[in-house]
Design a protein around this ligand. Structure first.
Ligand SMILES: Nc1nc2c(c(=O)[nH]1)N[C@H]1C(S)=C(S)[C@@H](COP(=O)(O)O)O[C@H]1N2
Ligand SMILES: [Mo]
Length: 526
């Protein structure tokens, strides 16, 4: 096979890898999308990220970084596949063994995913077999046999004066570029069709359609008081649009949960275990509430907070029906994709608007925010409460069970810390001297914000004006006029909650239980 140039062998390896993934994707489409080896390996990579690599882990949850993770994985896979092609140039068997080893990694990843079944390995195995076959086929196509030595010998003896086509020691085979390239083209088509068809079969379309055709029950419209929004340019609007709402989760691909198949099981330390269908949920008394979600991995001044109007069923109503047994202090909720959160029972039962929500800002819950049903609990960081695609609740105890982030170095309980953020001006902004506006949002969910103060260059604290709020569970806009004088300035903000506690100056990083400190920015006034 040495007559095959290195580039051609690498190309054959690359295409074999692509066919393996494409075929796996196609078969995964028939079973379920999470059984795709790429997704399983990526999800495992996310779950296995060691706690010390906190920064990486935190960023990995954001949706943008998932694209980066997938892209990075594909580049690595492409390099390995090309390498295996080059290896196959020595002996095809080496390349085939390499692909098989690849398959073993994929199978291991698939089998260790939460809720994995043996059948889930089928996409990986079929894909790898297809890839191996294509590699052997392409390497075979890459060469044509020159006339055999016998032919040559005959020719030589018959026509000794004619130059020999081949002399002893010469290659028996020649590289056949055209046949290889037509084979490569076929492989590319198979890989592409497999990937696309797998995606379509994967149910994304089906769930999107089910989502689109859902009629929401009429909302018990909660009137929003006037004046929740100052409409200042650059200031976070009181309601965060669904498409602008931050997204944080461990799911590499957004779980596709068909509402017609969805069930919520409530079991564990309850008198009467319950199973609810989506229709059951819609028929119950509904509650609508404005709640600001906050991520524990949000740094002071960071973007991982958003406010929406949620419609759903009070968790407490359903749990009371199941009958909570004494001694239970934790609700261990599980998502369709295996993520878990541990929520304190007393918080959910104390009368606040803790919801099984199916609507966000008047729309059916977007798929990436947990369709068909997610939890929303005012006052708790998302990682201990806001389970998206929720399917199971085990009523249990904190000393018996652990949720996803606890063994990864985050606190078991996660009450939200009072925080305030300066939205305008932006950090390191250049301003013109004169009258300008400093504005932002502050939150202390389920307690409420009663004051926000701002100071410039360590001067006296000045009271900011507060926008109105519908209740204690949302963030609150604040603003202050400022006569900017030329030079460099530092601006700081601090909030006081309705219980009279002023936000701590003590700086803390997000891990293990949320960032704290005063948001501080610098500006330049010309
Ligand atoms: N299934 C699932 N639900 C989840 C998570 C997750 O990783 N998986 N992350 C939680 C975290 S850490 C946060 S902050 C919120 C974010 O909700 P959002 O993406 O709708 O903003 O979802 C929570 N629910
Ligand atoms: Mo979070």
């Amino acid at each position: 096979m040495k007559v095959v140039p290195v580039w051609a062998a690498a190309l054959a390896g690359l295409v074999s890898g692509a066919v393996a993934l494409g075929v796996a994707q196609l078969v995964a489409g028939f079973i379920k999308p999470e059984t795709s080896p790429v997704v399983a390996v990526g999800d495992s990579a996310i779950d296995l990220t060691p706690p010390p690599v906190k920064d990486f882990a935190i960023n990995t949850f954001g949706s943008y970084d998932k694209t980066a993770l997938l892209g990075g994985m594909l580049v690595v896979i492409a390099l390995i596949a090309a390498g295996l092609g080059v290896l196959a140039r020595r002996r095809v068997l080496y390349g085939l063994l390499g692909l098989a080893a690849f398959g073993v990694v994929g199978v291991a990843a698939v089998l260790t995913r939460p809720g994995a079944a043996l059948v889930d390995v089928v996409p990986t195995i079929v894909g790898v077999i297809a890839g191996m076959w294509v590699l052997a086929w392409l390497m075979n196509r890459a060469v044509t046999r020159r006339p055999s030595p016998e032919d040559v010998h005959e020719q030589q003896t018959q026509e000794a004066e004619r130059p020999a086509v081949m002399r002893a020691g010469d290659e028996l085979y020649a590289f056949d570029r055209r046949r290889l390239l037509t084979g490569v083209a076929t492989g590319v088509v198979v890989a592409g069709v497999g990937t696309v068809a797998g995606q379509v079969l994967g149910g994304r379309k089906a769930v999107d359609m089910a989502r689109g055709s859902l009629a929401l029950p009429r909302a018990t419209a909660v009137p929003l008081p006037a004046g929740t929004d100052f409409h200042v340019n650059g200031l976070s609007s009181f309601i965060t649009k669904n498409r602008d709402f931050y997204r944080v989760d461990t799911a590499l691909i957004v779980p596709q949960v068909d509402p017609r198949a969805w069930k919520l099981r409530i079991h564990g330390m309850v008198d009467r275990p319950i199973e609810l269908t989506f229709d059951d949920l819609l028929r119950r008394p509904l509650t609508e509430a404005y709640v600001t979600l906050t991520c524990v991995s949000n740094e002071v001044g960071g973007p991982y907070a958003g406010n929406a109007r949620w419609l759903g069923v009070r968790m407490a109503d359903v749990l009371r029906e199941a009958g909570l047994q004494s001694g239970a202090d934790m609700l261990l909720s599980t998502s369709d994709d295996g993520f878990t959160a541990g929520t304190p029972v007393d918080v959910v039962m104390d009368g606040r608007d803790a919801l099984f929500a199916f609507s966000m800002n008047g729309e059916v819950l977007p798929t990436e925010h947990g369709f068909p049903v997610r939890q929303v609990v005012p006052g708790l960081y998302g990682y201990v409460s806001a389970t998206k695609w929720v399917v199971d609740i085990k009523v249990t105890r904190f000393d018996r069970d652990q949720a996803y982030w606890t063994p990864r170095g985050w606190a078991a309980k996660g009450p939200i810390k009072t925080e305030s953020r300066i939205d305008v001006p932006g950090d390191s902004a250049s301003l013109k001297a004169g009258r300008t506006v400093i504005a932002g949002v502050a939150w202390a969910q389920h307690t409420g914000i009663s004051a926000v103060e701002v100071r410039v260059d360590n001067g006296p604290w000045r009271q900011a004006r507060l926008a109105s709020v519908p209740g204690p569970d949302t963030w609150r806009q604040w603003m202050l006029d400022w006569d900017a004088t030329s030079g460099a300035h530092t601006i700081q903000v601090r909030a006081t909650d309705a219980a009279g506690r002023t936000q701590t100056e003590q700086e803390a990083l997000p891990a293990p239980d949320g960032a704290s400190g005063w948001h501080t920015i610098g500006v330049n006034v010309a």
